[in-house]
Design a protein around this ligand. Structure first.
Ligand SMILES: [Zn+2]
Length: 181
């Protein structure tokens, strides 16, 4: 196992865009199309993605940033682990709300990312396997009308369980594209 980079590579370029447009039209980068998406397929998609990210961590360049300000595959893996935890927590909030509008805070993903560069690949591998599986089990819970139960992000963006699932799965799909996994 190669040692982690001894030098803090600095922050990545902040992602301040609002990605909610992916709920209504295909992503020109990764090719995700919300029209092809089915919420009941989320657990299988997550388990497949987990295997790809775990395999990616075995690459010899996993800890190398491909360009200044661009995350290494290892940093992307840390990020998707956090994405799984955040998106699982949001869905669990919606389910616990039993159809009442629930609110969740926006997530400062750039602040969360400052220590990703020094993560240990073996620990990240175990962590993302657990995070993906926990999320897969959570997204296997809603059925029928429960997918339309509502939520609102603190910046005012409206979601349902189904659109949260769409947003989540696009994020994972997009990051697989980012790391060519
Ligand atoms: Zn995309």
């Amino acid at each position: 196992m190669p040692p982690a980079s001894p030098v803090d590579p600095g922050p990545s370029t902040p992602d301040e865009s609002d990605w909610t447009w992916v709920l209504t039209r295909p992503c020109p980068d990764c090719g995700f199309d919300p029209d092809d998406f089915r919420a009941d397929g989320v657990p299988a998609i997550l388990r497949d993605a987990a295997g790809r990210f775990v395999a990616m961590l075995a690459r010899t360049d996993a800890a190398t940033r491909p360009a200044t300000g661009v995350w290494s595959p290892l940093e992307y893996a840390c990020h998707v682990g956090d994405v799984c935890d955040v998106m699982r927590g949001r869905l669990e909030l919606i389910v616990a709300g039993e159809g009442q509008l629930v609110r969740f805070a926006d997530w400062d993903q750039d602040n969360a990312a400052t220590a990703y560069w020094r993560a240990e690949p073996a620990q990240v591998r175990d962590r993302i396997a657990t995070a993906f599986e926990s999320a897969a089990q959570a997204y296997a819970v809603p059925t029928g009308d429960q997918w339309s139960w509502p939520a609102e992000r603190s910046n005012g963006s409206p979601f349902t369980a189904a659109t949260l699932a769409t947003y989540f799965v696009h994020d994972i799909h997009h990051h697989l594209w980012d790391v060519s996994a």
